[in-house]
Write a protein that binds this ligand. Structure first.
Ligand code: ATP
Ligand code: MG
Length: 795
C-alpha cells in the first residue's frame, strides 16, 4: 500500500504533493504556465480514489474542453484502473446536461428537452424579433443573442433583465429576452447558456435537490478556473461552499446543511483569455474571500519549457498592470535561443515555417506531431494550409472548420459558381436568400414549380418569376432586385473581369458583406476576415495563376495568361479537395495548426508563434483599449508558454487583407521580449521596410530597428476593413479588359439605365472607377449603382 501511495506521488515536487494529499478546506492552486497544475489535479483524483478510498462516483472534475476531459479520464484510469470510468470528468456544460436530464421536470420541462445550438438559437431569435416587430436593422438577432447570453452568464433571468433595463434599447433587448425564453420553454428547449443558468436556478429554487448533489459530489475539482464566468462560479459555490446561499449575487435562502465537499480549483490569472465570453478573473482573485479558510498553494517550478522560453514569457506578461508578480523558473537549462523571422509577406512566413519544420526533422529528428503553429485568427490558417498542401507536410487544423469548409467561404464560392454557371441550381438555391432578402421558402417553392412547369432552369424561372403562381408582391420585388444584381455581375463575367474583382463586387452588391459588417456578433467579424482572405486568394490567383499549390505546369506551356473565373473555381476545387487528406499520416503524426485560444492547456516541443504584428496580434479591435490589450498579452503569454524546447516567432512586413496589402508594424509584444533571447534569422533591416513611427531605433529587439524607413511610405491604417476602399484599390489595380468609360455624373443629371429606364442622380460617392451613384428611377425606386459596371448613360 505504501508503495502504491508512493507511486501516486512519484514525479511531484513538494508543493505539488501537498496539493495532491490536501484534505479538508477549499484549495486553490495558483501558478504560472507549465508548473504542473493539470498534472496535480489528475494525480489528486487518483489519490482520492486510490488512497482516500473516495468512491469514483463522488468525484466531479471540470475541464475546459471535452478533449481535455477525455485525456484526464484516460490518465486517471491508467493510475487507478477501470472503476475510474464512472467518475464525472467533463465540461461545465456536459455536467449540467446530466443533472438537468434528471431534475428538470421540476421546472416544467420534460427530461427529453432539446439543446439549441447557435444556429437554432438564431433562427428562434429571428422569429421573436419579427413577432415583436422590432426593426431588424436596429435589432439584429445575433446582437440581441449576444446580449441575452451575457445576461445568462450573469444569471439574470428575463424579468430581472427587464426590471434593470435603463433605456429604450435595453428595454427592447429585455423584451426579446422574455419572449425568446418563453418560446424556448414552449419548445421544451434550452440554449447553451441556459444549461448552466438553469442548473443554478434549479439548485436555488430546490435546496433539497442541491443537497442531493452536495452529498453526492464529495470532491469537486476545476481546471482553468481563471476562465469561469459568474454562472459557473455560482454553481461551484452551490456545490461546495459552507454557506451555499451566500454566493455573490445569487440570492436564495434556507435549506438544510451537509458538510461541504472538498473543492480544489487550479488556475493562472495570467492565462485568463475568455473575458469576451464573460469569464471573470475575479473568480480566481477572490477565491480566498469566496471560500473562507481556503488554502492556497503556489507552484513555481516550470517543467515544460527551457529557461529561455520562460524568461521571454515572463518578460512579456510583466507588462500587464496590477498582477501579482510570480517568478517561474525551470531547471531544464537555457536551451535553444528563440528564433525570429521577419517575412516579406504571409506566404514567405508560411514557407519559412514549412522549411524550418522540414529542417528540424532532418537535423534533429523532430516529427510533425511535435510541432504546433499558432495564429491569432482562424483566417490565418489558410496560407499555412496551402503551403503545407503544396509541400506535402501533413497537418490538421484544430478547433476551427477548415478554410474552404467555412460557411461564409462556401457562400461566397456559391455566388461565383452561380456566375460561372447560372444553371447551377444548388449554388443558386444556397444564396438566393443569403443574406436574407425576403425570398422565403414559399417563394422559392413557387419558383421551383414554375421552373418545372416551363421546363427551364431555376435561374431562368427566377428571371420570369412574375409568371409563377402564388408569390407575394414583396417576394416578387425581392426576386427582381436579386436578379438585377446577378445580371450586373454576369456582365462583369462576360467582360472577362478578374475573379477577385468579381468576388468583391458579388460580396458587396449582394449585401452579404454589409450584413456581416453590421452585426455585433464577434463571430461575424471572423467571417469578414475569412472573406477578406478569400479575396486575397482570388487576387493572387489573378496576378499569378502559376503560383499556388495546384499549379498545373501544362498551363504554363499553354501560355495561359488571363485566368478567368472558371479557372479560379477549378483551382479552388482542387485545393479544397486536397484539404480532405486524412488527418493522421503515419507514426510521425501531423503538424497542428490552431488559434491561440485553442492552445490553452496544451504543450508541444516546437512552437511557431506567427503573425506578430500590431493589428493582427494584438488584434486590431483591441488596439485602443488598455484592458483588451492586456487580454491579448495574456494570450501571448499562453502562446509562448506552450513551447517546450524550441520557440519561433515571426511576422510579415506585408500581409494582404481584402486583396490589398497592408503594412502592419511589428507587434508590441515583440518589443517586450528581451533582446538577447532572440536570434533573428532575418530582420526588417534586410528589406526596404518601415517601422512603427512611435518606436525609435532604440528597440533592436525587432531586429534591425528603424533601418530603411523609406520605400513604402506611411502605413495603411492598421484597422482598415473598409470594403469599398479595398474594393477601390483592387479595382484600380485590376487589369480589366473591359475599358468602358465610367460616366462622370453629378447630382441632378438625367440618365438612362438598360433595365430601370430614365432616372435622376441623387448623389455620387467616390470618383472614377469607384464611383457609386444613387439614382432615383421613379416608380422603380432609388438604386445604388457601381457606375463602372452599371449599364447607365448620361443624357
Ligand atoms: P498550463 O498552465 O499551461 O495549463 P499546467 O500548470 O497545467 O500548465 P501541466 O500541463 O500539468 O502544467 O504540466 C506541464 C508539464 O510538466 C507536463 O508535461 C507535465 O507532465 C510536466 N510536469 C509537471 N510536474 C512535473 C514534475 N514534478 N516533474 C516532472 N514533470 C512534471
Ligand atoms: Mg493545465
Amino acid at each position: 500500500a505504501a508503495a502504491r501511495a508512493a507511486a501516486l506521488l512519484d514525479g511531484l515536487n513538494g508543493p505539488q504533493r501537498d496539493a495532491v494529499v490536501h484534505a479538508g478546506a477549499p484549495l486553490l492552486v495558483v501558478a504560472g504556465a507549465g508548473s504542473g497544475k493539470t498534472r496535480v489535479l489528475t494525480r489528486r483524483i487518483a489519490w482520492l480514489v486510490g488512497e482516500r478510498k473516495a468512491h469514483p462516483g463522488s468525484i466531479l472534475a471540470i475541464t475546459f474542453t471535452n478533449k481535455a476531459a477525455a485525456e484526464m479520464k484516460e490518465r486517471v484510469e491508467e493510475l487507478v484502473g477501470r472503476r475510474a470510468r464512472i467518475m464525472w470528468v467533463s465540461t461545465f456544460h456536459s455536467s449540467c446536461v446530466r443533472i438537468l436530464r434528471k431534475e428538470i421536470e421540476r421546472l416544467g420541462f420534460s427530461s427529453s428537452f432539446s439543446i439549441y445550438d447557435a444556429a437554432d438559437s438564431q433562427r428562434l431569435m429571428t422569429l421573436v424579433l419579427g413577432d415583436l416587430e422590432l426593426d431588424p436593422k436596429r435589432y439584429q438577432p445575433r446582437a440581441v443573442l449576444a446580449w441575452v447570453s451575457n445576461a445568462k452568464n450573469e444569471l439574470k433571468d428575463p424579468e430581472t433583465a427587464r426590471a434593470e433595463a435603463s433605456n429604450g434599447v435595453e428595454e427592447a433587448y429585455a423584451s426579446a429576452y422574455v419572449e425568446y425564453q418563453r418560446r424556448l420553454r414552449d419548445a421544451n428547449a434550452l440554449d447553451f447558456d441556459d444549461l448552466i443558468m438553469t442548473t443554478v436556478h434549479l439548485f436555488g429554487a430546490y435546496p433539497e435537490v442541491r443537497e442531493v448533489y452536495r452529498r453526492r459530489f464529495r470532491h469537486v475539482l476545476v481546471d482553468e478556473y481563471q476562465d469561469t464566468n459568474h454562472a459557473q462560479y455560482a454553481l461551484i459555490h452551490q456545490l461546495c461552499a459552507d454557506d451555499p446561499e451566500g454566493a455573490r449575487d445569487t440570492g436564495g435562502s434556507g435549506g438544510e446543511r451537509v458538510e461541504p465537499s472538498e473543492l480544489m480549483v487550479v488556475g493562472d490569472a495570467d492565462q485568463s483569455i475568455y473575458a469576451f465570453r464573460g469569464a471573470n478573473i475575479r473568480n480566481i482573485l477572490d477565491f480566498e474571500q469566496d471560500f473562507p479558510n481556503a488554502t492556497t498553494i503556489l507552484l513555481e517550478q516550470n517543467y515544460r519549457s527551457t529557461q529561455t522560453i520562460l524568461t521571454a514569457a515572463n518578460a512579456v506578461i510583466d507588462h500587464n498592470e496590477g498582477r501579482k508578480p510570480k517568478r517561474l523558473w525551470s531547471d531544464a537549462g537555457d536551451g535553444e535561443p528563440i528564433v525570429g523571422y521577419v517575412a516579406d509577406d504571409e506566404h514567405d512566413e508560411a514557407r519559412f515555417v514549412a522549411d524550418e519544420i522540414d529542417k528540424l526533422g532532418d537535423d534533429h529528428g523532430v516529427r510533425p506531431a511535435d510541432v504546433a503553429v499558432f495564429y491569432r485568427t482562424n483566417a490565418q490558417s489558410r496560407v499555412f494550409e496551402e503551403i503545407f498542401v503544396r509541400v506535402g507536410m501533413p497537418y490538421k487544423v484544430v478547433g476551427g472548420v477548415r478554410f474552404y469548409e467555412r460557411k461564409e467561404v462556401r457562400d461566397a464560392l456559391a455566388y461565383l459558381r452561380l456566375l460561372a454557371n447560372p444553371a447551377d441550381e444548388i449554388s443558386l438555391r444556397r444564396i438566393v436568400n443569403t443574406p436574407k432578402r425576403g425570398i422565403g421558402d414559399r417563394a422559392q417553392a413557387c419558383v421551383a414549380a414554375l421552373a418545372q412547369r416551363e421546363g427551364t432552369t431555376y435561374w431562368e424561372a427566377l428571371r420570369v418569376a412574375h409568371r409563377a403562381d402564388g408569390i407575394a408582391t414583396r417576394s416578387l420585388n425581392a426576386i427582381r432586385a436579386f436578379v438585377e444584381v446577378v445580371e450586373e455581375l454576369l456582365q462583369m463575367v462576360e467582360a472577362d473581369e478578374r475573379p477577385d474583382v468579381i468576388l468583391e463586387a458579388a460580396l458587396d452588391r449582394s449585401g452579404y458583406l454589409t450584413d456581416l459588417e453590421d452585426s455585433d456578433d464577434p463571430q461575424d467579424h471572423t467571417r469578414v476576415e475569412n472573406l477578406a482572405e478569400l479575396v486575397a486568394v482570388a487576387r493572387e490567383f489573378a496576378d499569378d495563376p502559376q503560383a499556388g499549390p495546384s499549379a498545373d505546369p501544362s498551363d504554363v506551356e499553354a501560355g495561359v495568361v488571363t485566368p478567368g473565373l472558371g479557372d479560379f473555381l477549378e483551382r479552388v476545387a482542387l485545393v479544397a479537395d486536397a484539404d480532405q487528406i486524412p488527418d493522421d499520416d503515419g507514426a510521425d503524426g501531423v503538424v497542428t495548426l490552431m488559434t491561440l485560444h485553442t492552445a490553452k492547456g496544451l504543450e508541444f516541443p516546437v512552437v511557431f508563434l506567427t503573425g506578430l504584428e500590431d493589428g493582427v496580434f494584438p488584434h486590431m479591435r483591441t488596439l485602443g483599449d488598455r484592458k483588451e490589450i492586456e487580454e491579448e498579452r495574456r494570450l501571448a503569454y499562453v502562446g509562448l508558454t506552450r513551447a517546450r524546447e524550441r520557440l519561433y516567432i515571426s511576422r510579415a512586413v506585408v500581409r494582404s487583407a481584402w486583396g490589398a496589402p497592408s503594412h502592419n508594424p511589428a507587434s508590441r509584444f515583440l518589443d517586450e521580449l528581451p533582446v538577447d533571447l532572440v536570434q533573428w534569422r532575418r530582420t526588417a533591416a534586410a528589406m526596404t521596410s518601415w517601422r512603427r513611427p512611435d518606436l525609435s531605433s532604440s528597440s533592436p529587439a525587432v531586429g534591425g530597428g528603424g533601418a530603411g524607413g523609406g520605400g513604402l511610405g506611411a502605413p495603411t491604417a492598421a484597422g482598415r476593413r473598409n470594403f469599398s476602399a479595398a474594393a477601390a484599390r483592387a479595382d484600380a489595380s485590376a487589369k480589366s479588359k473591359k475599358n468602358r468609360p465610367v460616366p462622370n455624373l453629378d447630382p441632378g443629371d438625367r440618365v438612362v439605365h438598360d433595365a430601370f429606364g430614365m432616372g435622376t442622380v441623387v448623389s455620387v460617392e467616390g470618383a472614377a472607377e469607384k464611383a457609386v451613384a444613387s439614382i432615383d428611377f421613379g416608380s422603380q425606386g432609388v438604386k445604388r449603382l457601381l457606375l463602372r459596371y452599371a449599364p447607365v448613360e448620361k443624357l
